[in-house]
Design a protein around this ligand. Structure first.
Ligand code: NCD
Length: 349
């Protein structure tokens, strides 16, 4: 059973002051404040304009990013690499997976690998299958920024940050620039037990409801019973509500039809095969929820469909041409948000 990591010292540290990001680790969404989100998203919008008009610039020239991945990745790894390259920096890619060729095969610890590679580089992006790895590594006080690209079933903070950017961008939440009484209904669907993206997103949404989103929030969880949102995440949200007087309702539903009712965002996740202890357990829940054209006919006309990707069978490719399918736009936003994070931690925003 996954435990919440002790990162209690990393709360509310990232603000609208760019200096608060300088050389900082980005390990959990608990670090970010509402004003920090404003800075990040203003920067991400300017990165989008930069990429679309000039392709990039050279503010990170002579800086080197190390991507150290012990687990598979397409989007997170490539978007961080491209983010670095579009800002003029360079990349050292380390495949630390079992099929790679690093000294982890000889028994080197993650801490030693990261500490060594930080001697050559300026910023590290790390993905590891074990929850808590990042806080362990951090415990040794690395002095260069370390970014969590996913630690097992724990957190995936940069994904949640790009997800929230996508939500406000797609739903034009700040266009009217006013407080709304209408609750924002976010459905998290699929493997909520193992999905680190939904763990980070639920926590981030809770943290930003009052001062950033400025409207009531409904977090609606839809999953097979065996893959429900872990109680420690629901308790985090609950405690946050109690301590901060925020307007958040958490709901649990079993069917897609119930989930879709009044939804603004349908955030779909794949069943995480690699986290199951037996093939039988995986087969028992695989394919339980499938979003197809028929589902979309029942969905609200302005609801967006998101997915961190990769998808397996949970969203039919026939949905891709529906204007509500936002997952590829979401993926693109990952580039702009990660360019901003790299620029901020390296003091070049
Ligand atoms: C996710 C991840 O690795 O947690 N992918 C991603 O980073 N975009 C989701 C997943 O693997 O299902």
């Amino acid at each position: 059973m996954a435990q919440q990591r002790d990162i209690s010292h990393l709360v509310d540290t990232l603000t609208s002051d760019p200096n608060s990001w300088l050389s900082q680790p980005i390990v959990s969404v608990t670090q970010i404040t509402a004003s920090g989100l404003n800075l990040l998203y203003d920067t991400a919008k300017s990165m989008r304009t930069l990429v679309k008009t000039k392709g990039g610039d050279s503010r990170l020239a002579h800086k080197i990013l190390a991507t150290i991945f012990y687990e598979a990745s397409t989007r997170t790894s490539c978007s961080f690499q491209v983010a670095m390259m579009r800002l003029g920096g360079q990349v050292m890619m380390v495949d630390a997976s079992p099929s790679g060729n690093t000294s982890s095969k000889k028994g080197e610890t993650v801490l030693d690998t990261v500490r060594c590679l930080q001697c050559y580089t300026d910023v590290t992006v790390l993905r590891h299958p074990m929850e808590g790895t990042l806080s362990g590594v951090l415990g040794e006080k690395l002095n260069k920024p370390l970014i969590n690209a996913g630690d097992g079933t724990g957190e995936h903070p940069t994904q949640a940050l790009l997800d929230l950017f996508t939500i406000i961008d797609e739903l034009e939440i700040f266009e009217e620039d006013k407080i709304s009484e209408e609750p924002l209904v976010i459905v998290l669907l699929g493997d909520l037990k193992h999905g680190r993206t939904v763990h980070s997103l639920a926590k981030l949404m809770a943290r930003t409801q009052s001062e950033f989103l400025k409207r009531p929030l409904v977090l609606r969880y839809c999953s097979p019973t065996s893959l429900q949102m872990p109680s420690y995440i629901k308790e985090y949200v609950e405690t946050y509500i109690k301590q901060n007087g925020t307007y958040i309702t958490q709901e649990e539903v079993g069917s897609i039809e119930e989930a879709l009712h009044g939804a603004h965002v349908l955030y779909v996740t794949r069943v995480q095969k690699e986290r199951f202890s037996s093939e039988d357990d995986y087969m028992a829940v695989k394919g339980r929820y499938i979003i197809d054209e028929e589902t979309m006919m029942k969905a609200p006309p302005k609801m967006i469909v998101m997915h961190p990707l990769p998808r397996v069978d949970e969203i039919s490719p026939t949905v891709d041409n529906d204007p509500r399918a936002a997952y590829f736009r979401q993926m693109e936003n990952g580039l702009y948000v990660r360019m901003s994070i790299l620029a901020l931690v390296l003091g070049k925003s």
